[in-house]
Write a protein that binds this ligand. Sequence first.
Ligand SMILES: [Zn+2]
Length: 492
Amino acid sequence: MLISGAEIAGYRPVDLRCTGERIVEIGVALQRRAGETRLDAGGGALLPGLHDHHIHLYALAAAQLSVDCGPPQVTSPGALARALQGRALQLQQRHARLHQEPPGTTGWIRGTGYHDSVAGALDRWHLDRMVAERPVRVQHRSGKLWMLNSAACALLNLDRPRAHPLVESGIERDDSGRATGRLFRLDDWLRDQLGNRDVPDLSHTSLQLAGMGVTGVTDATPTNSATLLALLTTAVQSGQLLQRVLLMGDEQLPEPGHRLLTRGPLKILLDDYRLPAFDGLCERIARTHCQDRSVAIHCVTPTELVFALSALIETGSMPGDRIEHASVTPDAALALLRDAAVTVVTQPGLVRERGDQYLAEVERREQPWLYRCRSLVDSGIPLGGSTDAPYGSADPWSAMAAAVQRRTRSGQNIGSTEQLSPERALALFTSSATAPGGPPRRLAPGMLADLCLLDRPWADARARLTAGDVAATIRGGEVIYRRDTAQTPPLD
Ligand SMILES: [Zn+2]
């Protein structure tokens, strides 16, 4: 493929050729070869494809694919019916476009947040009148009740009495013994029954990420295991998942066998209230290092941060070791971070998304320490960026803008001295997957052709930092998103 007339590292017009999955040539007025596809960049900036260094893919897909079934979004039976039917229609259109129904996965419509004020005590017959052709399950806001339509009841064979008394007692039945579709406190059982069918389809989420220039992600879910790896492998093989994935996980996570998947650090969760024994944590880190694997330690509070850093200093760190979040970093911890020689992976987007809540709830003294950026960079601490979606918005551009502006939704400042330049903010998301705090990946012959093409020069884009400027996304020399041909109506 030949990308012509782009701006690369401030120069334009420049052409870039990739063959297979790599960049092979960068130059001026490169000749198009016979049979070569050409993408006219129109003077737009060609950047390294973005890498979100901390995200939760399946949780994001599940959140995007769930229908909000309660107030304030939905407040009447008619609104509930429209919400469920709207989702049924979207699924139908999407599957028609993909020419296939992914086996057993997304046929289900999943609703959350139901409240009785919407349509009373829902049962299968109420739900059947809203959506009959697909299995539907709606979770009550209290979390103790699922309501299923008849298609779902049939798939789970609910009309047959269950031998297990605990299961049977959770299935509500009418006088004739038929299941009403109301399941009480049967979450675990339901999850077992659904098995892989409960795993959301990643295609919508993946396309949406591609539309924002994302060519790679690091999935930071601590429970990632062999089972999840098998699912992800199927997802990349089938083309459902377009991004490269660096996969964090537990000790049991095997080495992946697909070129788009790589095993990443061991994820260690720390929790202020029940910190592990210090020696135990040191041993766990050392054992992981012995296998040539780095660690990623989740630290939200100053106590967790200091505890983790002390363990890393005690054990000695290795390249790739990282602190996730460092949500509150006191000045004293800056020196520790440097001594520990670890990378921090931050979420500047939360300053915007949750900032107003932080200003109300976080102690005044600690507010300047929230999601620090500039002071880490100035102290020589490698810093990478991420969204932590679905816990933050999945839009990396919005996170970059927040790193530059440091403003909450209502316009209040948080840690204004922590502002980054647009270039440094971009670098948070263009470093390599295995070195989130390292330099931006270069566009040069021999490098993987993971690219993000903007519709305007960087001088214009830097003042906006918006995903709307992404014109095309290329992963491994393959176009995975083109704005002018995209047909992906947002699901959320
Ligand atoms: Zn996370």
